[in-house]
Design a protein around this ligand. Structure first.
Ligand code: AMP
Ligand code: MG
Length: 593
């Protein structure tokens, strides 16, 4: 739910219902009582508030991306947002809330904040309230089934009275609790229901990075995390050399029309004889530049004849095509800092510095368990009421992606004593424990019970789908995640919570999940207050736009959708509807699963 210090009230309706006319009639009734009111009006089209010929118009079209025009009586700021439509919260933040008692919003009907629905029967449009829990009253020309206050849309006084009452009853939910802005409403109602962001923050703040280090061969250092800064012990390049295949001359010789070729320098070989005025050497890329020359002309610009070379067409500048010692990296310069993950560029870079052993954090040991009497090992016989273990295999793959050492502890039956022993033992061997299944509210969900008895565990209902139940805590200081049993929910929860947790424990401080905006190719829905992760497929369409569609059926037991997807479509808690053509956040899965 959107938060704001002043009450926020919307008027939601289909176009043609007369929202603006109603607001126009309503505003004087409200301001009469002394209320100071701000209005946010959402326009679907490319509106323009200043017209050709006006100074502000001319300046804006000349390139001002923010245009502020001010006089004694008013000012207006026009901000161009060509990249993407501003977030609702960003727009609300434009108001000076200190000077307002109420913000009325016309439009933005798919954003989560309190609204009055306006409805007129002749428009033939459907009601909004059955699908929008944020509608707090209905103003219409006909009665409906809503269990909400019903107002007459033509009775402006009654609507004004309702609005005044709403303002009076409004309390600032976050001010006196000292909470951060932006927390979801749900989390105030149920202490164990968290938003995705709150859960992630709590998890990350409870974890400590590993401190044990080891030295490994550079060849084996891929995906490891540096545990020390690396400073250069040499200049790169180490000596002055040619950046081209060509001819090296002394620039001050330039009045010459042609040069006698007195030798050739290949990469890896030095040329130590003197070069006189009027002489040149043939030189290859990377070969050391002899002392008497300073400029290289590329072979394509040279004409060679009878042991002489000339450069009839070349525009030569002093020192061209020469690489200097330390140009890429100077001795003593910091190349990488602690916490740097080592991938292909870092491996190449370290090698270029002559480094063959690196100091890294040790790999994280992660123990994985599946739980459930119904869960069987692939390759074995499965009972009539059983199914094969998917989770340990997808978790193993995910952990290998992050270069963890996997301690595969197999499948545990729904037996609290066996689960207790296994978790207790693993807390001494692993840096992190992951289980799947047994954390919801079923009769055989013993995992959370055992976790609670052994250590400090919080079971959260996370306001997300899939992946609502999540247990997180520690047994004897070893962090443990009780992931949901459902295979898709287990993977999505892993991606959201375990991946950042592992990055933090591995000492990778800069790890950030990538999320980008794409244009929805179909209508998307999500319950307000909940974060929905839909499996999606993004692509670039023929206009070069990034677009995304869902993989279709989203049953959370079907791992197939995870395999078809190349991204998760994230619909945040403040949004309940994305229409085809609107932009939506996607989390690319490439490099993550
Ligand atoms: P639970 O939370 O234990 O009730 O599990 C939720 C659902 O996920 C049930 O239908 C389980 O059968 C299923 N499930 C649990 N663990 C696994 C697993 N390792 N592989 C595949 N499905 C599982
Ligand atoms: Mg189970």
């Amino acid at each position: 739910m959107i938060s704001s210090h002043v009450p926020l009230l919307g008027f939601a309706a289909y176009s043609g219902t007369g929202k603006t006319t109603l607001l126009e009639a309503l505003l004087p009734k409200l301001t009469q009582t002394g209320l100071r009111i701000g209005v946010l009006k959402h326009a679907h089209h490319d509106f323009d508030i200043d017209q050709p010929g006006k100074d502000s118009y001319r300046l804006r079209h000349a390139g001002a991306s923010q245009m502020l025009i001010a006089s004694r009586l008013r000012y207006a700021k026009i901000t161009e947002t060509p990249e993407s439509e501003p977030e609702f919260e960003q727009l609300i933040a434009q108001f000076n809330q200190e000077e307002l008692d109420l913000i009325l919003v016309e439009g933005c009907k798919n954003i989560a904040f309190a609204k009055i629905e306006l409805h007129r029967e002749p428009t033939g449009k459907p009601w909004l309230y059955p699908n929008d829990a944020q509608i707090i009253a209905v103003a219409a020309d006909t009665p409906c089934d809503a269990k909400l206050p019903q107002l007459d849309i033509n009775d402006i006084d009654a609507i004004a009275a309702f609005v005044l009452n709403y303002v009076k009853g409004f309390h600032h939910p976050h001010r006196h609790e000292g909470k951060k802005e932006g927390a979801s409403c749900d989390s105030f109602a149920h202490p164990n229901t968290l938003s995705v962001d709150e859960a992630k923050q709590r998890i990350l703040s409870a974890l400590q990075p590993l401190t044990d280090r080891e030295t490994v061969d550079l060849k084996d250092a891929g995906k490891r995390i540096l545990s020390d800064n690396v400073t250069s012990t040499m200049n790169v390049p180490a000596f002055r050399n040619s950046a081209m295949d060509g001819y090296a001359i002394a620039y001050d010789d330039l009045p010459s029309q042609r040069w006698q070729i007195v030798g050739q320098v290949l990469a890896g070989h030095a040329f130590s004889s003197a070069i006189q005025s009027g002489q040149a050497v043939k030189i290859m890329t990377g070969a050391p530049l002899p002392a008497d020359v300073d400029t290289v002309i590329m072979r394509e610009e040279a004409q060679e004849q009878d042991g002489y070379v000339s450069f009839p067409q070349a525009h030569i500048t002093k020192g061209q095509n020469v690489r200097h010692p330390g140009e890429d990296l100077a001795i003593g310069q910091t190349v990488f800092t602690t916490g740097q993950p080592i991938h292909a560029p870092e491996q190449g870079m370290l090698a270029s510095l002559g480094v063959n052993r690196v100091s890294v954090y040790r790999r994280l040991k992660v123990a994985i368990f599946s739980t459930g009497d119904e869960v069987f090992e692939p390759g074995e016989d499965v009972s009539d009421a059983g199914l094969y273990d998917a989770n340990r295999y997808s978790l193993r793959g995910l952990l290998q992606h992050q270069n963890c050492e996997v301690l595969d502890m197999g499948i545990l039956p729904d037996d609290p004593e066996i689960i207790r022993q296994a978790l207790e033992e693993m807390s001494g061997n692993a840096d992190l424990i992951l289980t799947s299944g047994g954390v919801s509210v079923g009769d055989a969900d013993y995992v959370k019970q055992v976790m609670q008895s052994l250590g400090h565990i919080e079971l959260w209902k996370i306001n997300m789908r899939p992946g609502r139940p999540l247990a997180f805590g520690a047994i004897h200081h070893t962090p443990i995640f009780g992931l949901p049993g459902n295979p898709v929910a287990a993977m999505v929860s892993f991606i959201q919570f375990v991946q950042p947790a592992i990055a933090r424990m591995q000492g990778d401080n800069d790890w950030q999940p990538l999320s980008i905006m794409a244009m929805a190719e179909e209508d998307l829905r999500s319950k307000q207050g909940r974060t929905e992760f839909t499996r999606g497929i993004y692509q670039i369409n023929e206009h070069g736009q990034l677009t995304v569609k869902t993989t279709g059926h989203q049953g959370s037991a079907l791992l197939h959708s995870m395999s078809q997807a190349n991204c998760l479509i994230e619909i945040g808690p403040h949004i309940d509807r994305i229409k085809s053509g609107e932009s939506v956040t996607i989390i690319p899965l490439q490099g993550r699963i």
